[in-house]
Design a protein around this ligand. Structure first.
Ligand code: KIV
Ligand code: NA
Length: 269
C-alpha cells in the first residue's frame, strides 16, 4: 500500500504532478475517493450538499466533527482536511486555535482549512506555529457570500491585485496549500507561478498545482444546480431515480421480493 500523505507531503508537490482532491462527507464515499485522491476535504459544503441548507453559514462545529469522524474511517492514504465552519475562527487566533484543536483531536484530521486572505494571515501563522497545518482558501469564499454580493468570479480587472495579495499572504503566513475558487485562469496561473505553496483550483485553471471538486457535483448526485466549473463525470441522480422507479414498479406488481430474497422455514438464516 501507498504511504499515507501528510501536509508536508502535499506541500512538497508544488510544481509536480497535479494534486487530485475531492470532498467527502461519509465513510463509503471517502473509501471511493481514497482510491485516487491525494487530499480529501470534509468541506463545509456538507451543509448544502447533504443537509439541504441554502448556504454554508449555518454549518456548525458539531457537523464538521461528526462528518470528519465518518470520513476518517474511510481513508488510508489521502490527507484529510476539515473545513473550519463560519464563526469558529474569525474572532481571534485563540478562538481559531481552540476550535482547530478540537477538530484535529476529535476527527484525526491532518489539517484544517479556513477562508480568507490578508485578514486571516495572523491566525494562519498562529495555528501553524502551534502544530496545526492550515490550508488557505481565497478568491470566492462562500462564507462571505453576503458581503461579496453572491457567488461571482473574484479578481477580475483591477480587483486582481486583491486576490494576488491574499494568496501571497496566506503562503507567507505558513499555509501548506491554498484553494483558489472562481479566480480567472490567467490570474490563477500568475498566482501559481508566484507563491511557494501548491494552489488547488476550483473554477480556476488547469495550470494550478491541483484541482478540487465537490464529489456529489462531479458524480451528478447533487443536481440542484450546476456551476460552470463543475464537470459531471457521472449522472448518479438519474441512475438513482431510475432505480427507485424500477423498485416502485416491482413492489406494486408484487415482483419484488422474488424467491431468492425471501426465507423458507428450512433454509438459510
Ligand atoms: O466546502 C467545500 O467543499 C470547499 C471546496 C469546494 C474547496 O471549500
Ligand atoms: Na468550504
Amino acid at each position: 500500500p501507498l504511504k499515507a500523505l501528510d501536509a508536508a507531503a502535499i506541500r512538497a508537490r508544488k510544481g509536480g504532478t497535479p494534486l487530485v482532491c475531492l470532498t467527502a462527507y461519509t465513510t463509503p464515499v471517502a473509501r471511493i475517493a481514497d482510491t485516487q485522491c491525494d487530499l480529501v476535504l470534509v468541506g463545509d459544503s456538507v451543509g448544502m450538499v447533504l443537509h439541504g441548507m441554502a448556504s454554508t453559514l449555518s454549518v456548525t462545529m458539531e457537523m464538521m466533527v461528526l462528518h470528519g469522524q465518518a470520513v476518517a474511517r474511510g481513508l488510508e492514504r489521502a490527507l484529510m482536511v476539515v473545513d473550519m465552519p463560519f464563526g469558529s475562527y474569525e474572532e481571534s487566533p485563540q478562538q481559531a486555535l481552540r476550535n482547530a484543536v478540537r477538530i484535529m483531536a476529535e476527527t484525526g484530521a491532518g489539517a484544517v482549512k479556513l477562508e480568507g486572505g490578508r485578514h486571516m494571515a495572523e491566525t494562519i501563522g498562529f495555528l501553524v506555529q502551534r502544530g496545526i497545518p492550515v490550508m488557505g482558501h481565497v478568491g470566492l469564499t462562500p462564507q462571505s457570500v453576503n458581503t461579496l454580493g453572491g457567488y461571482r468570479v473574484q479578481g477580475k480587472g483591477d480587483d486582481a491585485a486583491r486576490i494576488r495579495d491574499d494568496a501571497r499572504a496566506v503562503s507567507e503566513a505558513g499555509a501548506f496549500s491554498v484553494v483558489l475558487e472562481k479566480v480567472p485562469a490567467a490570474l490563477s496561473d500568475q498566482i501559481t507561478a508566484e507563491i511557494d505553496i501548491p494552489t488547488v483550483g476550483i473554477g480556476a485553471s488547469a495550470g494550478c498545482d491541483g484541482q478540487i471538486l465537490v464529489i456529489d457535483d462531479m458524480l451528478g448526485l447533487f443536481a440542484d444546480f450546476k456551476p460552470r466549473f463543475v464537470k459531471r463525470y457521472a449522472d448518479l441522480a438519474a441512475d438513482a431515480t431510475a432505480a427507485v422507479q424500477a423498485y416502485a414498479e416491482e413492489v406494486r406488481a408484487r415482483q419484488f421480493p422474488a424467491a431468492e430474497h425471501v426465507f423458507t422455514d428450512a433454509g438459510a438464516t
